[in-house]
Design a protein around this ligand. Structure first.
Ligand code: GLU
Length: 331
């Protein structure tokens, strides 16, 4: 049963086309941090043994505007494994490489309504992979990454995600090895997809690259900048480098809005009104097109795998920064 996020009665401000002035953003970031700092709900993921060791107290927030200005607080530079937050960015790189229509026809863009690692979703739907935000679609997306060898594909992903973040991203080898030793289910999903003709590289190698991609180390500030790059029509606001086209950014955000928060994606859109993607490492990235990105890091998760504090912080800021895409008022 979905537990609605707390409603404090604050009416969502109208989407203005730009973030409020810097001192207001800064004050709101400080406010929301203080508000949820001591919230003690949710459980740190433990199905990947190395993830279970992460402290539940860690808490970092960063807002990045499309002008490159960042507002960070708490453990915003503490590194954690990106996990599923990598999915929209790898999908973006693949769309840029093969075209978003081709990527859509191979991976799909509809929600499954089922957990991220569902095998039933593959069995029940003729589209099989369904979308790039769940494991089946994400492993298929990784199999589509340019490169003839696993090493070339991995380099492409590590480099591409680094360009989104505007800095080098390293692999967390402890998390990678821990997940690689326990990811039988993902290997099974990849093999199943192979049987349906939906894998575009060796199934087990694609799963291994996907596992590495999930083990890249990022911090909340990186997530905010990566999100701001998609908010800025595909141009990184810090480095000014174009990472993907505006067309690709738009398509990727549509898939994140549809399926970014696992089987709770409808609830998320209902509450927050923005495309986002969460990961079991405790990160959530949220994108406000034309305005900026928001990265939150807090490891305790709800049953679907979404950071509890991450969701609360994002809702609070979405309302007060006037980010919700669906808010309007009559002229
Ligand atoms: N590497 C994780 C898995 O495939 C990612 C899960 C997630 O963050 O949702 O199980």
């Amino acid at each position: 049963m979905y537990m609605p996020l707390p409603d404090d009665g604050f009416p969502s401000l109208i989407s203005t086309g730009h973030l409020p002035p810097p001192d207001e953003v800064e004050a709101l970031v400080r406010q929301v941090y203080a508000r949820y700092k001591d919230l003690d709900e949710g459980k740190v993921a433990d199905y990947i043994p190395a993830l279970a060791k992460v402290s539940p107290r860690l808490f970092g927030i960063c807002v990045a505007g499309i002008n490159g200005r960042t507002f960070a607080i708490g453990d915003a530079t503490h590194e954690f494994s990106i996990q599923s937050v990598s999915k929209p960015f790898v999908f973006a790189l693949v769309c840029e490489a093969i075209g978003s229509e081709e990527a859509r026809s191979k991976v799909g863009v509809n929600a499954t309504g089922l957990p991220f690692n569902s095998v039933m979703a593959v069995e029940l739907n003729n589209e099989r992979t369904m979308n790039p935000m769940v494991n089946a679609g994400a492993i298929a997306t990784t199999s589509l990454v340019p490169g003839d060898t696993a090493e070339a594909k991995w380099r492409f992903i590590q480099d591409g995600l680094a360009r989104f973040a505007g800095r080098t991203l390293e692999l967390d080898s402890e998390i990678y090895e821990s997940e690689a030793a326990t990811n039988q289910r993902n290997r099974g999903i990849a093999r199943l997809l192979e049987g349906y003709g939906c894998m575009y590289f060796d199934a087990l190698q694609a799963t291994d690259i996907y596992t590495k991609q999930c083990s890249l180390k990022v911090n909340a500030r990186d997530l905010a900048v990566m999100g701001a790059t998609l908010a800025d029509g595909g141009v990184n606001p810090l480095t000014k480098e174009r990472i993907v086209s505006g067309e690709v950014a738009k398509r990727v955000l549509a898939t994140a809005a549809t399926a970014g928060l696992y089987e709770r994606s409808g609830d998320w859109l209902f509450e927050v009104g923005l495309p986002g993607k969460s990961g079991v490492g405790g990160g959530i990235v949220t994108v406000s097109p034309g305005k900026g990105g928001l990265g939150v890091f807090s490891p305790p998760l709800d049953e679907a795998g979404n950071s509890v504090r991450g969701q609360r912080v994002t809702k609070y800021l979405s309302e007060r920064l006037g980010l919700n895409l669906f808010v309007s008022q009559p002229e």
